[in-house]
Design a protein around this ligand. Structure first.
Ligand code: ADP
Length: 521
């Protein structure tokens, strides 16, 4: 009896303490980010208690200074990459895309509406405007003018008469898509979340879930001044008179999840897979346009919000790319999408490793065994089972699976490796957090307490494989994030040392042609 007791005691004896991961915030950091990190067992950085370098993730809305990037320690991550506003300022994006059109042809880059940068392109715009007017005769043409640097629909005008065009400072004037796909006669656009975990080598993940944002008044070209009918920004529509009304098909509020939207389309026999493929290519082509001008930096990532409008012919149009896409939580749809999104971003940065920890943790990670999944059930996703947003990648991966070490795996290998240590620290601390508040505060991780770890992606992979037949290899995704670039051996090679955009475009074109011909047959 005494023997059994002493055995039990030995089993229950606490191992060396596991220190929580630490996050830093400022007043702009979204509340949902903080609450998710706390829920995952992270600690909020406190100047009083922690040393200046004792943090792992700094998340804020505005960019970081170059010096902050340069002085970053291997165990630290920033939620912004330097230079990415080159994709998110409307005028810069327009310039990059125009440049790509010149280099690689109009057909490939015809997913953005015709755009003029004001005041530089004013004469060109006037010329185009009158040319179109002559062509259309008495029929009106529609344009939209947007401030280059503002967001949330601020300062936007829609016009058909050039006399109504007024601007002060840098603006973009764009062809107004006047035949949007309407749901219950309401205009909508898609908010697609894209996380670039590195520009050298270029690594792009796309989120399967997202938001569909609705205008709250019926679409009416007869009234261009009605922002509730023409602009889909939720910051505008949540204050509209019809926000709380139960609107035809759309219902109350102004948001759907992306998965709800795609299942709605499926009811109308729309090939949502094809639509996702087009969006996937559009995202890669857009990031490629800006990537060469982004400086080299490590241990940071960028979450982009792509705004995409679908027209009545089911053609997706890129409207803009958002920096620090809104993570405010206004409704239940926001809660489900954004909380999971933040959870999955954290999964993604753990997957991409905290370098120093990884080096120290090699011994622990080599002893593999199963432990319970690091994610809590609270934020399980309600998306359709793998909508295969990265079909190209999946097809490629399947082919490569037969070889010894697929390019995708090697692409992952050259980035910081999956950090079982950081995932363990999260998990241990989540348990600890429940037990007691008196957690150790020191920074360094005692690696000998690490249990071997089976990545979440791997267990999901085995589960999904049977039901779907195809699914990406382990580590091709984290939560609902799918790796969409690199998507084959060649693109991996072309993005590894420097960025061979031409080569990548050739590969993408090949893939698009292949998909096009398989769709036709
Ligand atoms: P902001 O950064 O101010 O949100 P956007 O470019 O996203 O600017 O435009 C705001 C909204 O205006 C979009 O969500 C969309 O509803 C509408 N919009 C913008 N550009 C166009 C366009 N070219 N055609 C049709 N609608 C557009």
């Amino acid at each position: 009896m005494r023997k059994r007791n002493s055995l039990r005691k030995r089993k229950e004896a606490p191992g060396p303490a596991v220190k929580p991961l630490v996050f830093r915030v400022d007043e702009s950091t979204p509340t949902v980010v903080q609450s998710v990190l706390l829920e995952r067992g992270w600690d909020k950085f406190d100047h009083q208690r922690q040393g200046v370098e004792d943090w792992n993730l700094y998340w804020r809305t505005s960019p970081f200074q170059m010096a902050e990037h340069v002085n970053l320690k291997p165990w630290q991550r920033l939620n912004h990459h330097p230079g990415t506003t080159t994709l998110t300022r409307k005028d810069c994006l327009a310039k990059h895309l125009a440049n790509m059109r010149k280099l690689y042809g109009k057909t490939l880059y015809e997913f953005t509406p015709l755009t003029f940068i004001m005041p530089d392109d004013y004469t060109k715009f006037v010329h185009k405007y009158f040319k179109e007017k002559r062509h259309l005769g008495t029929k009106p043409s529609y344009w939209i003018c947007k401030p280059a640097e503002l967001s949330r629909g601020r300062g936007i005008i829609i016009f058909s008469d050039i006399q109504d065009l007024v601007f002060n400072g840098t603006h973009v004037v764009q062809k107004y898509i006047c035949n949007p796909l309407l749901v219950g006669r309401y205009k909508c656009d898609l908010r697609i979340y894209v996380c670039v975990t590195g520009f050298r080598p270029l690594t792009i993940y796309m989120y399967r879930e997202g938001l569909v944002r609705f205008a709250t008044e019926k679409f009416d070209l007869g009234n261009l001044q009605d922002c509730y009918s023409h602009l889909t920004n939720s910051s505008i529509n949540k204050s509209g008179a019809s926000y709380w009304k139960t609107k035809d098909v759309v219902g109350q509020g102004c948001k759907w999840t992306l998965s709800r939207f795609f299942s709605y389309l499926r009811k109308w026999d729309v090939d949502d897979l094809l639509l996702r493929q087009k969006i996937n290519h559009m995202v890669i082509l857009t990031v490629l346009a800006g990537a060469p001008s982004v400086p080299v930096a490590y241990n940071c990532f960028e979450l982009f919000g792509f705004d995409i409008l679908i027209d009545e012919n089911l053609k997706p149009w890129l409207l803009e790319v958002n920096y620090s896409p809104a993570l405010t939580v206004d409704c239940s749809t926001d809660v489900s999408v954004k909380r999971s999104l933040v959870h999955d971003i954290i999964e993604l940065i753990c997957l991409n490793g905290l370098r120093r920890e990884e080096r120290k943790g090699t011994r622990a990670s080599s002893e593999r065994a199963r432990i319970p999944c690091a994610r809590s059930n609270q934020h399980k996703h309600h998306t359709a089972p793998s909508p295969l947003s990265c079909v190209s990648l999946i097809q490629f991966t399947n082919r490569m699976c037969t070889k010894k070490k697929p390019a995708i795996q090697r692409a992952i290998d050259i980035r910081p490796k999956p950090t079982r240590t950081s995932q363990m620290r999260e998990m241990m601390n989540r348990r600890e957090a429940a037990k007691s508040n008196s957690r150790p505060r020191a920074w360094q991780m005692p690696h000998k307490v690490l249990s071997p770890y089976t990545p979440l992606a791997q267990s999901q992979f085995h589960k999904m494989k049977g039901t779907l037949g195809i699914f990406p290899e382990p580590n091709d995704h984290a939560g609902n994030f799918d790796l969409i670039f690199p998507f084959n051996e060649a693109t991996f090679g072309a993005s590894r040392n420097g960025l061979n955009v031409k080569r990548i475009i050739q590969e993408l074109q090949k893939l698009m042609n292949k998909q096009l011909s398989s769709d036709k047959s």
